[in-house]
Design a protein around this ligand. Sequence first.
Ligand code: BYC
Ligand code: FE
Ligand code: FE
Length: 481
Amino acid sequence: MDTINVDYSTQIPNNVNLASDRTVLRALEGWHANYLAWWRDMGPEGFQDAKVYLRTAVSVDPQGWAKFGYVKMPDYRWGILLAPQEEGRKVNFGQHLGESAFQDVPGEYRAMLRRLIVIQGDTEPASVEQQRHLGKTAPSLYDLRNLFQVNVEEGRHLWAMVYLLHKYFGRDGREEAEELLRRRSGNAETPRMLGAFNEETPDWLSFFMFTFFTDRDGKMQLESLAQSGFDPLSRTCRFMLTEEAHHMFVGETGVGRTIQRTCEAMKAAGIEDPHDVARVRALGVIDLPLIQKKLNMHYPLTLDLFGAEISTNSANYYNAGLKGRFQETKIEDDHRLTSATYPVLKFIGGKIVKEDVPALTALNMRLRDDYTEDCAKGVERWNRIIDKEGVKFRLELPHVAFNRQIGEFRDINATPKGVLMSDAEWAKVREDYLPSREDLAFLDTLMKAEFEPGRFAGWIAPPKVGIDNKTGDFEYVQIAA
Ligand code: BYC
Ligand code: FE
Ligand code: FE
């Protein structure tokens, strides 16, 4: 079997020749049943029988890897797809620089590697759980379909990690794979592993912010794992990244269309001051200050996902050749980082100061900086929409010390501009910067489903083009009667 096209003859589509790997195939078939039970329990609520116009990966050829068609989500062909093996691939960083890439798990790195794979795997079903109630309030069938596309692909990303656990980690891998179906987002006893994945996604603005910010952490982490010297991990992450692009598209255009609609409505009503919140809300659109507050909520939560600024874990991952930097092979240095330094923001003597630290321990910070740069570009594209409509307002990323739970700034209060303040001061201004109960109640009033083909809820503009070049009135989801 070639490794570009996918074998659909087995219950589990794959391009890893599962048919000749009976033990792994059998174990995965067992897990499949539990996965489907999890999907029915924790997947999109109320839409399990709807026919959704979804893309399914049929190949890993960058020129054309997907086909579109109506599918009921539980019938989606979740498959195991790895990018083709590169002949003679090497370990590109760390202690093993220049050695052949690992085709099997090096014994001494087994625990570390398993942990990385499990953490990555845990986020995927978590996001599906977080988003399971959103279908009921979708602003259009187009958006509903995009939500479900993201959901089934996150499900596939779980499959990608579970395949590695089953194939390379024996019994403990199989146990971890079961645990991945047992933890639950937001559950006090069995929470998901990372902070942001236990938060609620209460409304569509949060969904769009999540796919813009948090799926972008996914992109950055997958980029670093795609550099891995453990070749099967690298190959699976490389393919996952092709799907990830759509998730960020959903987020960026979702927020962009919301902004567009708000600005248009303000103009039509002759409102010039974007801070005249009451009048803007009376138009049934989301005021720009509230969009900024949601951004203020999601960006720090996602910064926390990068771990502490200074981390021996990340140094160990790098030395072992398991997790690299963003675009590692394009960076010109020794790829060992034995003497390099990197500037890190720290909290010392009551002040935020920049300090050079050994680059090897600052890898989380570096990846986070690359992430921030990527986010800032997206925010600028949003600002261009506001400019174009002639509204005087700018969205901004808050300071990295704002509202953090992990790392240097977890114990302090800072404004989005980075001005430090006491607990008492913070309590007074918190709702100037983060959504208040009243803000959320307002958003809730807008979250009403619009399921008529071609129609959109009043708070969001239609997209410029349809999915798969479909026309505006295309029925992206056929909701079962
Ligand atoms: N919440 O040494 P540190 C995605 C823990 S998103 C809770 O700084 P490290 C997706 C940490 O585990 C991408 N705990 O940690 C997006 C450690 O615990 P231990 C997901 C946290 O390991 C949208 C301790 O604190 N993939 O794919 O350097 C939809 C010390 O911290 C958190 C990955 O993350 C937190 N936020 O960095 C769907 C890639 N942060 O060892 C999907 C794999 C830290 O003391 N993960 N801790 O028990 C990693 O590379 C790293 O584990 C982390 C943390 C970057 C997450
Ligand atoms: Fe994912
Ligand atoms: Fe994603």
